[in-house]
Design a binder for this molecule. Sequence first.
Ligand SMILES: C[S@@+](CC[C@H](N)C(=O)[O-])C[C@H]1O[C@@H](n2cnc3c(N)ncnc32)[C@H](O)[C@@H]1O
Length: 438
Amino acid sequence: MRLKIESMAYGPDAVAHADDGRAVFVTGAVPGDVVEAEVVREEKRLVKARVTAVLEPSPDRVEPRCPWASVCGGCPWAAMDYAAQLAAKRDNVVQSLSRIGHLGAERAEALVAPVLAPGASWGYRNKVELAVERRRGRAVVGMHAQGDSGVVKVDRCLLLDADHEGLVKAVSGSLSYLANSHNLNVERVGIRASRRTGDVEVALWTEPSPFPRAQAAKILGDATGASSIVRVMTKGPLKARKLAGTERLDGNGWWQERILDETMRVSAPSFFQVNTLGAEQLVQLVLEALEPGADDAAMDLYSGAGTFTLPLARRASWVDAVESYGPAVGNLRHNLERAGIDNADAVGGDAGREFPDEGADIVVVDPPRAGLAPDVVEKLSTLDARAIAYVSCDPATLARDLDRFEEAGRFSPVWVKPVDLFAQTFHVECVTLLRPRS
Ligand SMILES: C[S@@+](CC[C@H](N)C(=O)[O-])C[C@H]1O[C@@H](n2cnc3c(N)ncnc32)[C@H](O)[C@@H]1O
């Protein structure tokens, strides 16, 4: 079918409309393109299609910098000019707030700022994850292919900091070699690399089965010069994998990054923003939103290893931080102690169940993609706080939660500032300032 592409979905695909009015989600297209596309799947209300020929290229179509962009699933928006990516991300945030958040188009337009782009649109990541697949008895280590169709072998990932691009080849070569003589059972590999601290960590995610520890440490160590090589063991069904333990194979057993003036230690299974400059921008926006003062009590829910806890503790009188993931709580406690900060309490547990009783003047929340649990919105809505900074990585759940805040009747959004931490992809981070209704 011939299609004129209209916009980008909140996902890898572009959107057009078929002659019968159905939305068509098109892989490989850019808004403004006229394309010939073949149908991949048809449903009652939508069609999935794939570009077979670009008949008239959009002015926003570019040649992706990465030679694997058309097959690798890591950069689904790489054929789109970067300014157009930023505009499309803002549109997606506005649409979510308007439709899911029930704020209406006019209010959503007024709330959402242009997308901030801290740093370069390639080479911005401090972390990549490699997938592992067994093919005809051999281990293939690479990136997830487009449409989750297996693994693509790549020599480097251009999203990774340029000084560390070569790590991808070094790790995949080492693991393929090791897999010839050992049953590794490696499911995926995390590589974290910091230009600022020089730390490089290779984390092998495996089942808790017999493992050639010494050989893996030696071969990976020689090939990568990593400062830390660890094995993260998980068990249970694929979708609900549980951490069974982490073991140090060589080096430190942890990785460090510097954010603004703080050095953050992070263990392999703990969350840490993959874009260091982007994380700094988030901290600055949270501080701008909350304006912490020396007499303020602060709350940091979903605190991770302390990206917001440390800067808040430097400025406020007290911070209650809550984080449910054990390894991240350990990192947070270490980071606070190393920084000499004693005016923060790191509580391990669910943000709703461990919701601090004392209340707070200022609050930051940074939940995972699922957003805030309803009980957390309820509890926040009883607070006598002057500002809440909501850091979100999913515009849809952000919009849902803003709707819940509106319903609770105490806090309303004042501004929403999207930040691009994930160039070449559809993902977008947002910092939202909520204040009590006047
Ligand atoms: C998006 S990360 C943010 C971490 C941190 N603020 C940062 O910037 O690095 C979300 C964090 O919430 C934690 N988390 C997930 N569910 C939680 C819950 N129910 N209660 C508390 N923390 C939770 C995760 O382990 C993760 O560390």
